[in-house]
Structure formats: C-alpha cells, structure tokens
Design a protein around this ligand. Structure first.
Ligand SMILES: C[S@@+](CC[C@H](N)C(=O)[O-])C[C@H]1O[C@@H](n2cnc3c(N)ncnc32)[C@H](O)[C@@H]1O
Length: 622
C-alpha cells in the first residue's frame, strides 16, 4: 500500500496548528478540534494575513501578546450569518405541517419546548416564536411555549438577548407580523417584551455541553456543516437524547444527515425535517433449540420454564383461546395466582383488569401482530403503591408463517424508577425555574452593567475634557509666566540702561558745562537736538523750549540766518568746518561780538548725523 508522505514543513505546520488549537482550548475554552480542517485553516489564515504573520506558531505568540485578537479570531471562525425567516419555504413547511402536527401530538397541558441550537444573533429563535405564537393564542403562548436559544458566541448572544433589530433586518418579515410582534424603536424595531419572556438565551457549545432536554422541536441550521462527520455524529447523538419521542428535528436545507441516520427518520427530506426514532424495546432472541414446541425436548422446556421462574419480571402466558397457560413465580406472588388458576380463562381472574384491562390489549396485539406497549400503570397493591410497565407481545409458532399461539404479558416493576423520574422531573422543574430566574437576573445585571458602563464612559469623557481644559490652562499659565519673566528681565535691562543713560547724560552735561561755551547740536534737518546750559544762559531760552525746533526759526539775539550757509556746508561736506563772527545781543540785552564755530557731527558709522555749533564772546561789537 502506498501512503501520502508529508514533507517536513507540512508536518511542522500541522504540529503548530495542533498547538494553537490546544492553546485556544485551554486558554479560552473553545474546542475547534471537531471543525472541518480545511475551512478552519482558511479562517485562521484570514486572520493571520490580517495581522501579518505567516506561521501558526507565530500567530499563537501574537495571541499571547494581543489578547484583543481572540475576539477578532472567534468572529472570523464563528460565522454569524442569519436572518428572520431565512429559507422562507422551509419555515412555511414548519408553519403548515410540523407545528400543527406537534400541537396535535402534545397534550394541551404539556409545555411546548423548542431549542434553537446555534441561534447566532437570535433571528432564528424569534422566527420560531412568531410561528408558534401564530399557531396558539397569546395566553397559551405565554404559558406553554419555552424557546431555548443557544450559541457558543457570547457577543452574538448579547445582541440576541436585546431583541433589537434595524429595519433592514426585518425586511423578510411581513408588515402584519412585524406590527404584531415588534415595537418601533428609533430607526429599528424591538421584539415585544411580553412575548420575549418565553425566550431564554444561553451559551451552549454543541461539542462540549450537555443538551437541553425534553425538546419538542429542535432547530439547528447551518451549523453542522462546519463539523467533521465524527463531531456531527456526537452532536446528533445529543440531539437524539434531547428530543422527546414525538419530537422533530429541523436541520434546514444545507445540512445532510450523513451520520447515525438510524436515530432519525426523514419526515420531509426537502427541508431536512426528521423525527426521532425512539429507542425500541429489543426482543430477547431465543435460540431455536430453546423454543417451546412439539419438537422441543422436555429437558429444554423445563430449562426455559425454570428461567422464566427466576426472572424478576412478572410474566403471564395466555393461549390463543384466552386461557392462562403459565405464570412465573413473581407473577404468582404479585397477583396472587395459584395452581388452580392455570388453564382457566384469564377473564375470570382479577389480573385481567387490575392493574390494567388486558383483553383489549391482547386483541390489539393479535390484530396488529406486534408488541403493544401499554405504558406505565399504577397499582395499589396490598404491599403499597406500585408502578408497572406493561407489554403485551403476541407469540407465533413461526414468525414468518404467522400462526399465533398466544401472548406473553409482562409487568416490569418500575416503582423505584417512576419515583426517581418524579423526583427527577421535580428537580428539573426547579432547576429550570432557577435557571430562568438566574437568566433574567443575569439579563438585568447586564442591562444595569451596560447603563453603569455608559454613565462611566460619559463621566470619563467629561473628566478627560476637564483634564484637557485644565492642561490647556496650565500651559497658558506657564506661557504667561515665561512672558512675565522675559518682561521682568527686559525691565531690569531697561532700568540698567536708563541708569547708564542718566550717568552718560550727567557726564555729557558735565563736559558741555565745563566747555564754557554755548553748545548747540542740530540734526540733518537742522532740528535742535542739544542745547547746553551755557546756551540757555547766553540766549535766555531753556533746552525744553528749543529742543526739536528748527534752528533757523529761533528768535534770539543772534542773526541765525547768517549760519544757514555754514551749517548747510557742514552737513554736505564731512570735513567742512568754519568760523562765523557776527554781532549779537545776549539775554540781558548786552551787545557783543559772537564767534560761532560750525563743524559736522559724524555718527559711529562715519555718516553725517548733523552739525555742532560752538558759540563764544569775542569782545565788543564792531
Ligand atoms: C451560520 S450561523 C447559523 C445561524 C442560524 N442557525 C441560521 O441558520 O440562521 C452559525 C452559528 O453557529 C455557531 N456555532 C459555531 N460553533 C458552535 C458550537 N460549537 N456550538 C454552538 N454554536 C456554534 C456560530 O457562533 C454561529 O452563530
């Protein structure tokens, strides 16, 4: 035989994938072991490409460092596509055939239990609720219908619990149904709360968790396709356990029952609706040489009778004429049958109608040529209350030829089982009530939690805003402080400079005063810039009166126009100085001969700034 040999890279890849799946199982409780490998690998690759890693090992490292990635990964693997009345014709079949049949088969006082397994965001469960509410009246719906809707994806369940959908999601719901079962909510719709109470959402992993029990209608669509056939077989085994004997399984058109088909029988293949095949009571096979009959040896007859006697199950054998042919030891004890009764018509004995009327059961067994299961019957025996499970089985000389010899009636004592069942049912009811209460508490808690969270988020936002305003104020404060510091520094510098200027002024004034001459400085526009104390003394005008005035506009005892030419020359030619002698009158009215030396004033760059005039007395006027 030749095998496909896998290369070393492929082997390493597969080992890394196994390690990644184990990591997801131990750290997040998700067991993807039962998912079809090819699609699982495709979904994993999609995420790996998105985060930019190439090998499963690297992706495992990435998950360890970035826990947020789990959510993205599960979102990608657990495809949540769903919708109201998805595959409408299948739901029509449910509405027109399955649900009426289910209601017929279920006693009026018995609850109707539905399980939407892998319900995603709940549309499937709400669709089932609408169809059931349409089939029974509102009051019955509230009292009898319980829809358990489960999924492995918590995020999808959170959405499902809210029962709020955008208008677009309801486009496949007729206006009439929409207006009956939904309330307008902003832009969307919310499932009516009085109907909503019959739906219970919870997490259930089809591969790992125990199924919901005593279910009448199990809807599980578009999910088995993700699993390998082994995992499908395990899940179907659980579905079989979950359903009542009269229950229906609705898989939807994408699923095929490839595994364990003997557990379910097709009810409608097109829409993949199945019925449960209840576990039959297997008949004990007896080897031909051990059967009663003419040919059997007496030794074998004794053997079989002896074995019947030690059986813990009470058994009567009736022949075709209705005479009691045999009663084993337990039957004799329990029903007080004595040797005299053997061979007498069964109808003469109490046991023929107590604990159950046997005549009609025998007739049915002969007529139908099959075992009749009379179910459980209660019996108030002298020893107390007992419960028997009664079967009537026709006996044939040859099952093929069909000649009936009589029948066997067995009474299996199920008193303890029945007590246990009652106790079990009571516990289950308690558990269910507790579960429902827990569920509604959890839902309330979740709502409160969400409200708290949103208040908290608002507070956090406000806090952040305040903090950022505060930070801004602090920044501005700092900026102002630094501007202030700069201004103070400039102030200090200014103070220092003006001290220096004052000192220089004093120094200059000292020099100008010590010269003993009137000193006048004009700028290039001949506006007076300096006027020393000797000039004030000479001409009778203080510096405040003359500063910034045009020199030639001065009205003093000096013919100022005589200096027009020399000043212009000093301004025009940098090296031009000249002496001018004129008669003048000082502030006291005394005439004198005045010498004026006019010279150019140069700035530090060597350019002409203006002119300096030095005036002094030179004797009497001419
Ligand atoms: C394509 S949706 C089907 C939804 C719905 N049944 C329908 O047909 O409209 C498949 C759903 O199966 C769920 N799922 C996947 N693996 C699961 C598991 N192991 N147990 C329970 N649900 C599972 C996913 O979370 C997803 O919501």
């Amino acid at each position: 035989m030749t095998g496909v040999r896998r290369g070393p890279t492929e082997q390493a890849d597969s080992a890394e994938l196994a390690s990644l799946l184990e990591y997801l199982k131990t750290h997040r409780g998700f067991d993807f072991g039962g998912y079809k490998r090819t699609s699982l690998e495709r979904r994993l690759r999609k995420r790996m490409d998105a985060v930019g890693v190439d090998a499963y090992g690297e992706y495992e490292d990435y998950l360890q460092v970035h826990p947020d990635e789990f959510r993205e990964l599960f979102d990608t693997i657990l495809i949540n596509v769903t919708g109201f009345f998805r595959d409408q014709a299948g739901w029509d079949f449910l509405r027109d055939d399955v649900i009426p049949r289910l209601l017929e088969d279920t006693p009026a006082e018995q609850p109707i239990r539905v399980w939407s397994a892998a319900c995603a965001s709940g549309e499937e469960a709400y669709t089932a609720a609408i169809l059931l509410a349409e089939a029974v009246d509102e009051e019955q719906f509230r009292q009898r219908v319980k829809i358990y809707a489960t999924d492995v994806d918590e995020d999808a369940l959170t959405a499902a619990r809210q029962g709020a959908f955008p208008s677009q999601a309801l486009k496949s719901v007729s206006d009439n149904l929409r207006d009956t079962y939904f309330e307008r909510n902003g832009d969307g719709y919310t499932f009516r709360s009085d109907f909503r109470r019959s739906l219970i959402f919870g997490r259930n992993d089809l591969v790992q968790d125990a199924p919901i029990s005593r279910v009448d209608l199990l809807i599980s669509r578009n999910v088995l396709i993700y699993f390998t056939s082994e995992a499908q077989a395990r899940i179907l085994g659980r579905f079989h356990f979950s359903l009542r004997d009269t229950g229906f399984l609705y898989l939807g058109k994408s699923e095929m029952l490839t595994a364990q088909t003997e557990q379910f029988t097709p009810y409608n293949l097109k829409w993949r609706v199945y019925r449960k095949v209840p576990r039959g009571s297997d008949r004990l096979a007896i080897a031909p040489q051990f059967r009663f009959g003419q040919a059997a040896s007496e030794r074998y007859s004794r053997l079989v009778e002896g074995s019947a006697d030690v059986s813990p199950v009470a058994q009567l054998t009736v022949d075709r004429r209705g005479l009691l042919a045999a009663a084993n030891e337990v039957a004799r004890d329990v029903f007080d049958i004595r040797a005299v009764h053997l061979g007498r018509p069964l109808s003469d004995l109490n046991v023929s109608y107590k604990p159950i009327e046997l005549r009609s059961l025998l007739e049915e067994a002969y007529r139908e040529r099959r075992q009749v299961d009379a179910g459980r019957v209660n019996w108030s025996s002298p020893d107390g209350e007992r419960v028997f499970h009664v079967h009537v089985t026709p006996l044939y000389s040859d099952p093929e030829a069909g000649e009936s010899l009589g029948a066997s009636v067995t009474f299996v004592d199920v008193t303890s089982i029945s007590n246990l069942d009652d106790r079990h049912r009571a516990i289950e009811d308690e558990l269910e009530n507790a579960y429902e209460e827990l569920q509604s508490t959890v839902e309330e808690l979740e709502t409160t939690n969400e409200e708290l969270q949103s208040t908290n988020e608002e507070l956090e936002t406000t806090n952040e805003e305040l903090q950022s305003t505060n930070e801004e104020l602090e920044t501005m404060n700092e900026e102002l402080q630094s501007t202030n510091d700069e201004l103070e520094a400039m102030n200090d510098e200014q103070r220092e400079r003006s001290g220096e200027v004052d000192r220089l002024n004093l120094f200059l004034e000292g020099i100008l005063g010590s010269l003993g001459q009137a000193v006048i400085v004009v700028d290039r526009d001949q506006s007076i810039q300096l006027w020393n104390s000797a000039a004030s003394e000479l001409w009778g005008l203080s510096d405040r009166e003359v500063l910034s005035q045009h020199f030639l506009s001065l009205d003093i005892g000096f013919p100022v126009e005589q200096l027009k030419g020399p000043i212009r020359d000093a301004l025009a030619f940098q090296s031009q100085s000249s002496d001018v002698m004129v008669d003048a009158v000082n502030r006291r009215g005394r005439s004198f001969r005045c010498r004026t030396h006019v010279m150019p004033l140069l700035d530090s760059g060597g350019d002409t700034y203006g002119a300096i005039l030095l005036m002094s007395e030179e004797g009497k006027p001419t």
